[in-house]
Design a protein around this ligand. Sequence first.
Ligand SMILES: *Cc1c(COP(=O)(O)O)cnc(C)c1O
Length: 394
Amino acid sequence: MDRIYYFDNAATTRVSPEVIDEISKYFSESYFNPSSIYTPAQKTKEAVEKAREKVARAFNADTKEIYFTSGGSESDNWAIKGIAEAYADKGRHIITTAIEHHAVLHTCEYLETKGYEITYLPVDQDGLISLDDLKKAIRPDTILITVMFANNEIGTIQPIGEIGKIAREHGIIFHTDAVQAAGHVPIDVKELNIDLMSMSGHKLYAPKGVGALYIRKGIKIKNLIHGGQQERGRRATTENVPGIVGLGKAVESACANMQEETERQRRMRDRIIDGILSKIDHCWLNGSREKRLPGNINISFEFVEGESILLLLDMYGICGSSGSACTSGSLDPSHVLLAIGLPHEKAHGSLRITLGRFNTEEEADYLIEKLPPIIERLRQMSPLYEEYIKNKRG
Ligand SMILES: *Cc1c(COP(=O)(O)O)cnc(C)c1O
């Protein structure tokens, strides 16, 4: 097979060797149902509980506050619908942001059809919400604030500690979608006053189809999945033992190497950003330069389409992503790029490159070398660019 240069780690990550090592026996010799009574099944139950301890420890939570789910989308759905229903007698107003992942946005839109009112906070050009806007949006009937930890498209990290403090002072429950942040930046749920937090295995080198929801002790929540008594009666279905064990291992190893790996990715990220911005005209970085995930690069190129860039990069084995049109199955540009103020035509020409622990400096060199001629070639074919050059010459 031809070589692949994988720069789409915000979409999913490769399962790490140490995770595969740890989980493979739970497909074969240790396949038992953790609810069964015999000794071998008790061992699989222990493995699940050990994973729960690892996840709890990583975020300074209690073991009993961690619930395993099928992924980030389920965790978001459960948190938002479960709180909305449990606290409906207190109020039906929820505050979120315009740049949430669809797992949060579409859940909020669904609740609007059930009589809930949602405030979608705007963001500034870096993708940050304003704490003043948040305070002003709070009403006596506000029951939930849900703000993502870090954005999946532009990498912007919100002031989560400040948001948590405001929520706690007002006695409002605070949920954060930390799918892009967990295992990538340090998170202490107590220090940050987080009440519920979503995470997903496949964004941090564990398998797809497993995630977790942290629910602080004392928070009431309705069940999303009804059935058996798994997860202390709060989420039915036979445990995804290999997935859960993998999530535990992945979180543990992410925390063990976080500082070093974060520094390495940040350096690579900045080198790629500076390389691209200095070699190519008419392009800019989207999202905050400082308050940014260590592995996120999102650059807009004028006069070209994001999908065209992706198609040409693909010919060189480079995997990236774009916030626009065809790739996302709709003609609308990314709601995130529109929310940070890009006009429609400029929101179409963006490229997202997301780094992970398996990316090397040599791969970064390859990307920095291949991209400029691709943009140049696309601009040579672009009527918009032709017009721009003509006008410039006068
Ligand atoms: C990927 C992602 C999700 C969805 O997670 P799944 O495990 O794929 O369901 C939710 N929120 C954010 C911010 C994400 O990046």
